[in-house]
Design a protein around this ligand. Structure first.
Ligand SMILES: C[S@@+](CC[C@H](N)C(=O)[O-])C[C@H]1O[C@@H](n2cnc3c(N)ncnc32)[C@H](O)[C@@H]1O
Length: 237
């Protein structure tokens, strides 16, 4: 019950996430990478920790054969289902309640592509999650992951952002940032936010490649809100 309440509050903050320019930029980078690597849409995609389904619905709308969003939070998935209905009930898209650290309902090698945007910071048993992703990927299938990296001071970031964009544009963008982070910070548990994983480039390589046996294609740093982000693309060996 406590967990469900947490996810419900979390879901509320995620209603605003897509409006925040930094989140949007991050989505765009991942979407571009998948579109570039998979021009042929006859593939199955799994969005692990899909939250309110922004990427899941995007890929379904792009016409990929089968797109599944997986998340343990029933409330976030309710938002995702509502968005799917608004998008016209695409029949190549489905959501399922599941935890990626446990064995899921899908057969070995069922998916060609698995993506996970800003999920592994939340997962304590990340090795178990990566192993399940490996099981679900086809040989030579691709795994795209983003995760926050090291933190920097919010005030420094804000100052730089205003200098770069100009004050009017910065305030316009920050309106959505406040709409997103205020409920997130006010409603979610402080200890959960404090205990999040942060992976920089070398941590990602250590964990995903050396410990969990994926083959590295790209690991790079992206800007993301006031913290950086590490973006990795891996192949199943
Ligand atoms: C920060 S949100 C990101 C949502 C979405 N990927 C996006 O980029 O908009 C993190 C999501 O990870 C999900 N999550 C947390 N633990 C998980 C687990 N063990 N398995 C799958 N998803 C998990 C949460 O429910 C939440 O929706």
């Amino acid at each position: 019950m406590k967990e469900e309440l947490y996810w419900r509050k979390f879901a509320f903050s995620y209603k605003f996430a897509e409006k925040v320019c930094f989140v949007r930029n991050l989505y765009d980078d991942v979407r571009r990478a998948v579109a570039h690597d998979y021009p042929d849409k006859d593939i199955r995609i799994l969005d692990v920790g899909c939250g309110s389904g922004a990427n899941t619905i995007h890929f379904a709308q792009q016409g990929y054969q089968r797109v599944v969003g997986l998340d343990p939070g029933e409330s976030v998935l309710q938002i995702a289902e509502d968005k799917l209905r608004d998008a016209g009930d695409l029949d190549n898209c489905k959501f399922c309640v599941a935890d990626i650290t446990k064995r899921t309902e899908f057969d070995d090698g069922y998916f060609d592509v698995i993506l996970s945007t800003h999920v592994f910071q939340k997962i304590e048993e990340y090795d178990a999650g990566l192993q399940e992703i490996r099981r679900l990927l086809k040989p030579a299938g691709t795994f795209y992951i983003t995760i926050p990296s090291s933190t920097e001071k919010f005030s420094t970031w804000l100052w730089n952002y205003m200098k770069e964009k100009g004050i009017i544009r910065a305030l316009w963008d920050i309106r959505w940032l406040l709409a997103w982070t205020s409920p997130y910070v006010l409603l979610t548990r402080k200890e959960d936010r404090k205990n999040e994983n942060r992976w920089d480039i070398s941590t990602m390589e250590d964990i995903v490649v050396r410990k969990n046996g994926f083959k590295k294609k790209i690991i790079t740093a992206l800007p993301y809100f006031h913290v950086g982000c590490t973006f990795g693309v891996f192949e199943k060996k």
